[in-house]
Each structure stands twice: as structure tokens, then as C-alpha cells.
Design a protein around this ligand. Sequence first.
Ligand code: C5P
Length: 410
Amino acid sequence: MLKNKEIILGVTGGIAAYKAAELLREMTRREANVHVVMTQHAQQFVSPLTFQTLSGNPVLSEMFRLFMGSKIGHVTLADIANLTVIAPATANILGKIANGVADDLLTTMVMAMKVPVLFAPSMNVNMWESSFVQNNVERLKAYGYQFIGPAEGDLACGSEGRGRLADIAEIIEKIEDIFTKKDLQGQRILVTAGPTLEPVDPVRYITNRSTGKMGFALAKMACRRGAMVTLITGPNYLSLPRSDIPQIVVHSAREMREAVREQYDDCHIIIMAAAVADFRPQDTRGGKIKKRENGTYALELEKNPDILKELGENKGDHILVGFAAETSELMENAEAKLKEKNLDLIIANDVTQPGAGFGVDTNIVKILDTRGRARKLPLMTKEDVADIILDQVVKLVKKKEKGLPWPRNW
Ligand code: C5P
């Protein structure tokens, strides 16, 4: 998404200026071409050499010297840029831009710019909460400028509260979001992720190898594309760099079923990426099962509800997408599930293939639709897989909006 994008990174004079180097690294890792513009104060915190080395471009700060010695002027750079990110943004820069002051290269450039400008503020909590800053932020938002953070936590000045620079991952996510076409705007999507845990006794459970990565990638990409996403997930160790995705954490399949049912009427699209346990212990013991010296143990299992199948029986005009994690007869099993569960799409993945399935950041899948078409994807990141699945979902949404036959009868 950021590949070959021209991005101006404005660095202003706050203690978080050192974090801008990490932000720059993350942007260049994604193959953006970054031009750093520093204010005079920023150079008291970090040397321009750091940014020059990391970006591979000259660091700009002086307005008039620049015009004499370089072809790139503030207007030229403002013209070629796809986005400006000001991180950290001090109270001072917010105040200047909100009030039309253009007394250095960065402020002048922002004024000459038609592309999106993103501020990542960082300052003392009392400064952030002051009416001066808050009024300036409101004014900037009304002009169409965008904001990420500040976050809450320990501040460099020794106090605690809102004022920390947003996490670098969140700033990157916001930048990706700005560049993403909002083709799922207005859609409410429910995504399930992760494993379920089926208790055996108070200390033990049975589960599976799912980590939730595929579902989390789907939730993130759908949200980036403008959907309102709710994520229902089994226990996991993942974090999402977005605060706008409500997460409901459940444990057992039955808990997941309840959570899904509660959300079902309010959403248009359900993507069940969760690896719901098919079976659970018939009796959950009240106390810990004791170790015996000899003998075997038998665990009686009973079937869990098939959540997706139940949704398919009561489909209405929902779009239903399922996953089929298989170890053999991939296509046959996936096709059978597509029909049996009354789905619109099924994502088949052979979890025995290296780089596919549980726990890894990549996947190898085939996407099957109700017309018998199968799209085979090579090894790619789960985020890229998520995007391609969502492309298919967008097509289904358009078809539905046009009133084409829906849902298909088997
Ligand atoms: O039948 P199988 O478990 O392979 O089906 C996989 C699909 O069905 C996945 O989308 C999974 O989330 C969903 N599923 C479910 N409830 C179950 C088992 C699977 O919703 N009990």
C-alpha cells in the first residue's frame, strides 16, 4: 500500500522526536519514499543525520537556504507528496497551522498542500488538555486534517495521562487506512477468530492450534476498507493496531455461538475464521481429575453446535463466508461444506502445507464460490489473503445491491 508513495515526515521539537526514526524505518520498510522535514526545535532532540541516513533523502529544514541550494522547494515537495505525517506534533505546530502561521518550511509546506495531513500529537497531559490545544485540534479537524493519538500512559515529563505519541504500529495502520479505498463503507461485518477452549476440569481443556491470525487480519483489513467490524475471538495473544474494532473474547464454542447470535441481526456479512472445536468433553468435572498410578483415562466427547451451519439455516440476506481447514481431500470437503452450510464463499486451506494454516503469518488458500469457481492463491501474507477474500465479498455486496438473484438456490 505504501510502495512508491511520496511521504513527507514532519518532525517537530518534542522528546518523542526519537520515535520518528522508528516510524521512518517502518515506512521505508514498506517501500515508501520519505522526505523528512524538521523544525529548528526538533534538531535539538535528534540529529538530521539520523533521518537522512534512514530515509536516503536530504533532510529539509531551512526555508531560504533550501531555495538557493536545491531544486526542491516547499511547493515542489508539497506537489509531489501523497501524504504528510507530522510525528511528533507539538502544541506549537498545531497552534501555528490551526491559525494560518507559515513561518518555517514545515508550516509553509502544509499550507501549500492539498493531500491529506496526519498529526500524531505528543505533549504533556496538561498541555494536551488545555483549551488552547483542544480548540486548535477541533479547528484542524474541521479543516479536514487527521489525527492519531495521543495515547495514554507514562509521559517523559514524569506525569501520567494522555499525551504519549501513538504507538508506531497504530500510526502506520492509520497511514495505510488513509491510502485505502473505502469499498466496504456502510457494511457491518462480524468476524470470528481463534480457537475455542472446551473445559475438561477446572485446570484442563481441549483446544486446537489456531492462533487467531487469519481472523485478526480479516478484521483489520475490513475495517481499513471502511466496514464496521466486530471481532468475536477465542483466547489469543494478538493485538490489533486499531482501537475501532470491538472485541468480544469467548472461551467455549457455546459461548461463541451465543456471542455470534447476539450480533447476527445487526450485521450484513459474517466471516467465520474461528477454528471452533467440533467436540467438547461430555462432563466437565467440578474438581481436578486426580492422577492414578495405573490405568487409562477415557474422555467422552459430545458434538458442539455448528455455529455457521445454524446461521446458514437462517440466512436471510446475510453474506456468509466460512473456512475449511483440511488435511486431506481439500476441495471435496470444502465444496461439501459450502453447500451443507449454505455459504456464499468458502476458504479452503490445507493446513499440512508449510507456510499455511495455524500460527504462521502466511497462508495458501483456495476461494470457492457457489458457481463452482475456485480461485487458487499462492503463498502470501494473511493480510493479503484477507484483502483478496474481501474483494470477493465486495463483489457479492454489489451483486446484492443490484438485486441480482440472491441468495443462490442449490
Ligand atoms: O465443519 P468444519 O468445522 O470444518 O467447518 C469449518 C467452518 O465452520 C469454519 O468457518 C468454522 O468457523 C465454522 N464452524 C462453526 N461451528 C463449528 C465448527 C466449525 O461455525 N462447530
